[in-house]
Design a protein around this ligand. Structure first.
Ligand SMILES: [Zn+2]
Length: 258
């Protein structure tokens, strides 16, 4: 029996039978693992609190006949505030779903892993963090930050300063969500990409999202109308470039619009 000590984020949990559950865990040291916890469906189980969704926990995993089992787990942070509202839960589920959809073998660099944990932390703190009382707008900004940095982490940082067709730095008017580039006024008629109209202010904000590091990027803010445009851009570009459509996004959209 092989034992491994690591810290891990619970991405999903599913019932295996009357007593046990199976978890998808993003670990610090071994990428994504699937692990079983025996008897965890009982509230009295010693690891019950540490194996809830979105919990970040220290854990000991044992490998037996090719399967991981959770031997023990203790909470580092459960990001408790996420459970305050359906809206916060929906955003957190979406973030977890995106991480789950990443290629299995891709280990998350420490900086990016911490960024993911910070995203969940801020999701839980949305009420305290949004200055104008608009939680939805705060969470939409957080979602854009998360989507954009996730794409950058995957090595697909868009180029937002020069027209991808002619190289001009002038009159940039569109973002191409299929290629991750920008298009100038003159080239847009001949472009076959999925284009979203951008203003100089939107470009400036996109530039900030590209260049800010994993910590300072959370300062991203802008006018409501600009934030909305960027929200469309970051979502479409992440879906196109990572070729994923997390099931939880449909649920999230229904929650936000309803
Ligand atoms: Zn051009």
């Amino acid at each position: 029996m092989q034992e491994m000590k690591t810290a891990g984020l619970i991405l999903t949990a599913a019932n295996l039978n009357d007593n046990d559950k199976i978890f998808t865990i993003q670990t610090r040291d071994a990428g994504k693992v699937t692990a079983i916890s025996k008897g965890i469906r009982s509230h009295k189980h010693k690891d019950f609190a540490a194996l809830q969704n979105f919990c970040y926990s220290d854990m000991v995993l044992s490998k037996k006949t090719g399967l991981y089992y959770v031997s023990s787990a203790s909470v580092i942070n459960n990001f408790f505030g996420i459970r305050n509202s359906v809206e916060q839960m929906s955003f957190a589920a979406y973030f977890a779903d995106v991480i789950k959809s990443f290629p299995e073998e891709l280990p998350l660099e420490d900086d990016y892993f911490n960024f993911v944990l910070n995203t969940l932390y801020l999701t839980g703190k949305a009420e305290q963090k949004c200055k104008d009382g608009d939680i939805t707008e705060y969470l939409l900004r957080l979602k854009s930050v998360f989507e954009f940095k996730t794409v950058c982490f995957a090595g697909l940082m868009p180029s937002v300063t020069e027209c991808e067709s002619c190289g001009s730095k002038k009159d940039i008017e569109y973002f191409d969500t299929s290629s991750g580039g920008v298009i100038c006024k003159n080239c847009h008629i001949s472009s076959a990409g999925d284009l979203i109209r951008v203003t100089p202010t939107v470009l400036k904000l996109l530039n900030f999202l590209c260049n800010a590091d994993y910590k300072s990027v959370f300062a991203y803010n802008g006018q409501e109308s600009d934030v909305k445009i960027i929200s469309h851009i970051t979502e479409a570009y992440m879906i196109n470039s990572l070729e994923m459509y997390p099931a939880s996004l449909t649920y999230l959209k229904n929650t936000v619009s309803g």
